[in-house]
Design a binder for this molecule. Structure first.
Ligand code: BYC
Length: 319
């Protein structure tokens, strides 16, 4: 009896048992056994996801002071604040895997950790705020709805909460685009121009094609990813095109057409050269985004020190 219990306990700490649990649809929790490569892949993905949320505040923050009405300013402020919150849930989820937030930020500042390609493009005018909410948050939702069922418990739970807020963000953007499309010829042209500039980078958010995605095989086996890059990209395209048509926007892809047999849209070739150049650090705003983050991180040293001092004082008073 005793021997069989020991054997069972031993088995719990093997890759085989881990995969059995994954195949069985179980969630993996921080203290559970996990292969080192699973832990590393999760830290990479979750920390990059967190960095994306926080860096993503910059292109939107650019328009707070110039929002066209008090209502739109309040909504934009609330949305950007949500993104900061998403970053915090995600940094906390990553910390449960044994990495500190300080280390993650250091990796970002050293250029070792990536963040989403999309935030390296400039937000030139108010229509861009519409396009970001509608297309960028729209793409993020498709990805994140799928990640609600990711195999790592803390990441999955963070996604459930984030998805609720993202659907409001997507509507905020679509409302801006719909309003502009009902406006003057100039406003319609601005909305179309924003659509033209954000469409292709939004498709790139899903990552390289499955055949060129080095992390996908393991991520699918471990159910970190529940759907592949191409499957999610296709879902986004099929869902977004009718929304564009409804408000009179043209999708900037001459090869786009409905495939009746496959019941999906076929689309044109994505410019992967542009994608790799942007994620390597050579996009239009990479340097600006990173130097802004570094500056405000350094300016915020006193806040972190004050928080630490307060914690110490509170702990002492409890003792
Ligand atoms: N951008 O093997 P692959 C938001 C990298 S923010 C940059 O397919 P994976 C929002 C990839 O990291 C939404 N890099 O990788 C916030 C890898 O390089 P490394 C952010 C990319 O991880 C504010 C290499 O290419 N969402 O919603 O299996 C305002 C090979 O790729 C990108 C998430 O982060 C990219 N787009 O699949 C508004 C979702 N794509 O790390 C909105 C969580 C690929 O080996 N992340 N790379 O140096 C994921 O689902 C997956 O990480 C990805 C990529 C699908 C993005």
């Amino acid at each position: 009896m005793y021997v069989s219990k020991q054997k069972h306990m031993h088995n719990e700490h093997t890759d085989e048992h881990f995969q059995f649990r994954i195949d069985n649809g179980e969630y993996i929790e921080p203290r559970d056994y996990m292969p080192e490569a699973y832990r590393k892949n999760l830290i990479r993905q979750i920390s990059q996801h967190a960095h994306s949320e926080v860096i993503g505040m910059q292109p939107e923050g650019n328009w707070i002071t110039r929002a066209p009405s008090l209502r739109s300013k309040q909504i934009l402020l609330a949305k950007i604040q949500d993104e900061g919150g998403h970053g915090l849930y995600l940094y906390s989820a990553a910390e449960t895997l044994g990495v500190s937030r300080t280390e993650m930020i250091e990796q970002l500042h050293a250029g070792k950790a990536k963040y989403s390609n999309i935030f390296n493009y400039p937000s030139l005018n108010w229509a861009d705020i519409g396009a970001i909410g509608w297309l960028v948050d729209g793409a993020a939702i498709v990805n994140q709805v799928s990640l609600q069922r990711t195999s790592y418990g803390p990441y999955s739970r963070a996604m459930v909460r984030i998805c609720k807020e993202e659907s409001f963000h997507q509507r905020q953007g679509y409302e801006i685009m719909a309003t502009m499309m009902k406006g003057t010829k100039d406003q319609q042209a601005m909305a179309q121009d924003a659509m033209n500039r954000w469409w292709w980078p939004a498709l790139m958010m899903f990552g390289p094609h499955d055949t060129d995605s080095p992390h996908s095989k393991d991520a699918m086996k471990w159910k970190i990813k529940r759907e592949t890059n191409d499957e999610l990209r296709q879902k986004f395209i099929d869902k977004t095109i009718p929304q564009a048509e409804l408000i009179g926007l043209t999708v900037p892809d001459k090869d786009l057409k409905w495939n009746e047999a496959a019941k999906k849209y076929d689309h044109g070739e994505i410019n992967w050269e542009e994608f790799y150049s942007v994620i390597k650090g050579d996009g239009p705003c990479n340097k600006q985004r990173l130097s802004h983050h570094i500056k405000y991180h350094e300016d915020g040293v006193w806040v972190r020190e004050a928080a630490e001092a307060h914690k110490l004082k509170t702990n002492l008073s409890v003792v």
